[in-house]
Design a protein around this ligand. Structure first.
Ligand SMILES: [Zn+2]
Length: 206
C-alpha cells in the first residue's frame, strides 16, 4: 500500500485463509486502509514491524497498536519512535505525530517469524541510525525501509544520516543477499538485489 501523506509504502502481510496479519511500517494515514483490509479478510493484526523511526513510517502505528500487538523497532531510533516531533521541521507544517512504544527491540542478527517463515534482521544505518531490514529467506524477499530504492538510495542528509555509513550498509547487507531477492522499499516500486548491484547509480558493489 502506498499511504499518505507523502506516499510511503506499507506492507500488510497475511497468509491466504490465515487469521493473523503483520504490518511492516505504519505511515500516518494507515488506519482506514489497514482496518478495512483486516475486516474484509477477517484478520487480526498481531505485529507491527517498523523499519525505522521517521514519522512517515511510524506515525500511524499508535492508532493500530493495541496491547496485544507487538511493535518491533531498533533501539538506535528510540528517540524518533518516542518523540517523533523532533523531525517535525522535515514534515508538513502543523502535523502532529503520535509516539509509539516499541515492545520488542531488534538488532543485527536477530530472528523474527513471519507467519511461520524465518526472517533475519539486519541493521543498516546511514539513512538514519536505526534502519533495519527484514529478510524472509525462504521467499527471497526483503523489506528495506529507506535504505535503498529502485535506482536510488535513502537520503543521508537528515539528522543522524551519513552517506559513507549508508553506502557500507548497502554494500555489506543488501548487495550480499541472493541476486534474485526481491526488494520491497519504503518508497516507490519493487526492485531486486541483482538489478541494483548492476545498475544503482549511487552505490556500486565493493
Ligand atoms: Zn526515512
Amino acid at each position: 500500500m502506498e499511504l499518505g501523506p507523502i506516499g510511503t509504502n506499507a506492507y500488510l502481510v497475511w497468509e491466504e485463509g490465515g487469521k493473523d496479519a503483520i504490518l511492516i511500517d505504519a505511515p500516518p494515514e494507515s488506519k482506514v486502509e489497514v482496518i478495512s483490509i483486516l475486516e474484509r479478510e477477517s484478520l487480526t493484526l498481531t505485529e507491527i514491524w517498523l523499519t525505522h523511526g521517521h514519522w512517515d513510517h511510524m506515525a500511524g502505528a499508535a492508532e493500530l497498536a493495541s496491547t496485544s500487538v507487538a511493535v518491533v523497532g531498533h533501539l538506535a531510533d528510540q528517540m524518533l519512535f518516542e518523540k517523533p516531533a523532533v523531525m517535525s521541521t522535515f514534515a508538513m507544517p502543523g502535523m502532529e505525530f503520535q509516539p509509539i512504544a516499541i515492545t520488542q527491540w531488534v538488532d543485527e542478527g536477530d530472528t523474527l517469524e513471519l507467519l511461520g517463515r524465518k526472517v533475519s534482521v539486519h541493521h543498516c544505518p546511514g539513512h538514519c541510525p536505526g534502519n533495519v531490514i527484514f529478510f524472509v529467506e525462504s521467499e527471497k524477499i526483503c523489506f528495506v525501509g529507506d535504505v535503498i530504492f529502485a535506482q536510488s538510495v535513502g537520503r543521508a542528509d537528515l539528522p543522524g544520516g551519513d552517506f559513507p555509513t549508508l553506502e557500507s550498509s548497502i554494500q555489506k547487507k543488501i548487495y550480499t543477499l541472493p541476486e534474485e531477492t526481491e526488494i520491497f522499499p519504503g518508497h516507490g516500486p519493487n526492485t531486486t538485489v541483482g538489478d541494483e548491484r548492476r545498475g544503482n547509480p549511487f552505490v556500486r558493489p565493493e
